[in-house]
Ligand binder design. Structure first.
Ligand code: IMP
Length: 429
């Protein structure tokens, strides 16, 4: 069996949830390795809608092991809310189905207050879930980890040491300070509730791998939101790229066999920062309406534009993509012509065909488009690649050619069944 990483190849919201759900049916273990409750997957199974922010969507399949790795930042309240909903639906009846790494860092209320306060000043357009401030504490070696929630005395010492500084920061941002006692009680009570799920994620996973079980590493957000490789500073605070799958899960790089990049058939972004192919016109509006482009976590309207081949080629490079899955191809039905950016014209007159490593150059980059003929037929009922209209096939094949990576799946609608699978990444190693 093999181990597969799924990563967003754009700015997040590529429809990973649906692909993860499909791939989960082939995997035995599903692992989250970075990010936190800033991610959001809406899954519709048997007509019931479930929104998951932290628990891997594998939990909807009884018997599949789910691991929240050490690289995730865990909001204990959000986690327990999700667990309660799952249990009320008869899922997660066996607590050993889910392992939350005891070394994952915990998002505390002060992280959210700092995040919210900063947004009023800096406007990165964060999800307000405290992600950045929690990763800051991790790197500054003053974080609280999941294991700490089970140790009352040491938690009191650590929170006492941290709270004065956190409160000073909150106050400087115009927010309301926190008291130690209620904070401590809150954390300990959630720690007790989380206890049945807490364990050694790395050890559990390595044991599963040694048994030959197939592992799906479920990336959150997207490549262009990576803290190192994204459009800094308009990024999230973790490494979203595939290389972090093993770091955030506690394995070594040799554990990975395949890396699949998920891309929409066009481009979207929420939050601020450059988006070279953004369309502030009727075409952009059409993509947003037909594609229902509103954030799963915050409900914000997404910014929309044509596909950007420079972004995808860059994602192929920094993730080492071995396959692509293209989602929402059906949304492009009805356009006379479909555009794909193949180069940028920069303000100094130069034309570049590789994604620039200086994101500031993107602010004034003018996309150079290639025009491809559209198609009129709805795609939602098609299940074989060969049934796609000739121009839809031509579009997919041109994307493959521009990115240099083969397409292993094409999604043509929101339902689980509306997916054309060309290759199962778990079986060809
Ligand atoms: P943060 O992750 O909440 O700190 O937000 C930083 C940036 O990442 C903002 O532009 C967010 O909109 C973006 N972001 C975070 N999570 C997601 C996601 O799951 N999908 C899309 N964008 C996201």
């Amino acid at each position: 069996m093999s181990n597969v990483v799924i990563v967003g190849a754009q700015w997040g919201d590529e429809g990973k949830g649906k692909v993860v759900d499909l791939f989960t049916s082939w995997a035995d273990v599903v692992v989250r390795y970075q990010g936190g409750a800033n991610a959001g997957h809406t899954l519709v199974v048997g007509g019931v809608k479930t929104v998951l922010h932290l628990v891997p969507s594998g939990v909807l399949h009884p018997g599949k092991k789910c691991i929240i790795g050490n690289g995730v930042v865990v909001d204990p309240e959000a986690l327990m809310d999700e667990i309660d909903v799952l249990k009320s639906r008869g899922l997660l009846s066996d607590p050993t189905q889910l392992v939350v790494s005891e070394n994952a860092h915990v998002i505390l209320p002060y992280h959210k207050r700092i995040d919210a306060g900063r947004e009023k000043k800096e406007a990165i357009g964060t999800t307000g879930r405290g992600i950045g401030p929690c990763y800051e504490d991790k790197v500054a070696r003053r974080g609280i980890r999941v294991r700490d929630l089970g140790k009352p005395e040491s938690l009191r010492t650590k929170l006492t040491a941290r709270l004065d500084e956190a409160n000073a920061q909150i106050a400087s941002l115009g927010g309301e300070k926190l008291e130690l006692k209620p904070l401590l009680d809150w954390a300990l009570q959630l720690g007790r509730r989380m206890q049945p799920y807490v364990g050694d994620g790395s050890e559990t996973l390595s044991h599963e791998v040694a048994r030959g079980r197939a592992v799906l590493f479920e990336g959150a957000q997207g490549t262009l939101l990576d803290i190192d490789h994204g459009t800094y500073p308009y990024v999230t605070s973790s490494n979203t790229v595939a290389g972090n799958a093993v770091v955030g899960a506690g394995l070594g790089p040799t554990a990975i066999d395949e890396v699949i990049g998920i891309t929409k058939a066009y481009t979207t972004r929420v939050g601020n920062g450059p988006l070279p192919t953004e369309l502030n016109d009727a075409t952009g509006e059409k993509l947003r309406t037909v594609g229902a482009e509103f954030g799963a976590t915050t409900g914000r309207p997404r910014r929309c534009g044509w596909l950007d081949a420079l972004v995808l080629r860059y994602a192929a490079r920094v993730n080492g993509l071995s396959g692509l899955a293209i989602t929402k191809l059906d949304v492009l039905t009805g356009f006379d012509t479909i555009l794909v950016a193949v180069a940028y014209k920069l303000p100094d007159g130069k034309t570049v065909s590789e994604f620039p490593s200086d994101p500031e150059l993107l602010n004034d980059a003018q996309p150079v488009y290639e025009e491809l003929p559209g198609w009129k037929e709805p795609l939602g009922d098609l299940r074989e690649y060969s049934e796609l209209p000739a121009n839809a096939q031509r579009y997919v094949e041109r994307v493959e050619q521009l990115v240099g990576v083969e397409t292993i799946a094409v999604s043509v609608g929101a339902e689980r069944a509306q997916t054309i699978v060309r290759k199962n990444p778990f079986r060809h190693v």
